[in-house]
Design a protein around this ligand. Structure first.
Ligand code: ADP
Ligand code: MG
Length: 301
């Protein structure tokens, strides 16, 4: 926190900023307009380095937002701010109208699945349920594994399954987090509302075919769960295929260079048909141009 700066920190700002007083009303139980995530004038610094911002971004409930940007432009920082692992240097972050609480209401998936090798596939999912303060019943574990197509390998150790399957375990584990914040009014508490799935380049380490399969599954799983997703990638193809909205960030400090709704059907279309459609090609060209515009050889290294 830089208290000497002319702009005030997230906490200090609440007394003098109209947007923050709006946020205070929100946490009093007023409707938050369907916004799962709201970033208001958010900037994050590491020492003297401004990693992201300022950024204003509102993500409605159920949206699948994909963030695309050069390495080092602050994508992971943005996800950590949304997950509550970092506090913004300036501005406010709200999830379901409240300051995010780490480990509550958001499941995270990283490039490396980070599984516990001494536990079975099912055991890893059960542990995630326990950490989220939820009953780890065999039925619930099975249900989560079914959703990512892994129910038949539940008893295997994580080193006995492929890299793609390991990443599926990580997704199942992230989906296990369905515990709304304790401050959520009981009347509005249900199993899907306000829940986030935050994915940081989760398929980057996988081979192309496995990657496509997982993209297809994630698209299906997210449409079925109606969870709000924020997905970070370098791949324009992946962004168009997965997103209901794509935001292209500038090189550091990451700011919004392009914010584009993706009007492609979310269900009822075969993945190959979608990938081969003229609409897909047009979106890929538009986003690709924005990304190329923003990348220079120095920053994409
Ligand atoms: P991205 O995920 O887009 O590659 P990051 O959010 O990881 O970008 O990083 C954004 C910028 O902030 C980078 O320049 C990075 O070096 C810097 N950075 C990230 N985390 C830290 C940290 N903990 N301390 C200092 N600098 C950091
Ligand atoms: Mg990153």
């Amino acid at each position: 926190m830089s208290s000497g700066d002319s702009r005030s920190s997230g906490a200090a700002r609440s007394s003098d900023d109209s947007r923050s007083s709006g946020a205070a009303r929100i946490s009093d139980g007023a409707p938050h307009g369907g916004a799962a995530i709201r970033l208001a004038d958010v900037e994050h610094r590491y020492g003297d380095v401004t990693a992201v911002g300022p950024i204003d971004l509102t993500v409605p409930e159920g949206e699948f937002l994909v963030l695309v940007g050069a390495s080092g432009c602050g994508k992971s920082t943005l996800l950590r701010l949304i997950a509550g692992f970092e506090e913004p240097t300036f501005g406010t972050v709200r999830t379901a109208g409240e300051p995010p609480v780490p480990g509550r209401g958001a499941g995270l998936v990283f490039q490396q699945p980070r599984l516990f090798p001494w536990r079975s596939v099912g055991g890893n999912v059960a542990l995630a349920l326990k950490y989220a303060g939820l009953p780890a019943t065999p039925q619930r574990v099975d249900e989560l594994l079914q959703r990512v197509g892994l129910h038949d390998v539940a008893r295997r150790r994580t080193w006995q399954i492929s890299g793609g399957q390991q990443q599926r375990v990580a997704i199942a584990r992230a989906l296990a987090v369905n515990n709304p914040r304790p401050t959520t009014p009981p009347a509005t508490r249900d199993r899907t509302k306000g829940l986030l799935l935050l994915l940081d380049e989760p398929f980057a380490a996988l081979d192309a075919l496995t990657r496509e399969r997982l993209q297809e599954d994630l698209r299906r799983v997210s449409a079925a769960s109606n969870r709000t997703c924020v997905f970070v990638t370098h791949s324009v193809d992946e962004a168009v295929f997965l997103g209901s909205r794509v935001v292209v960030l500038t090189p550091r400090p990451g700011r919004i260079a392009l914010d584009l709704p993706i009007g492609l059907p979310r269900t009822g279309i075969a993945p190959d048909e979608l990938r081969g459609s003229p609409e897909f090609a047009a979106l890929r060209a538009e986003i690709g141009a924005a990304v190329r515009d923003r990348y220079s050889p120095e920053v994409s290294a």
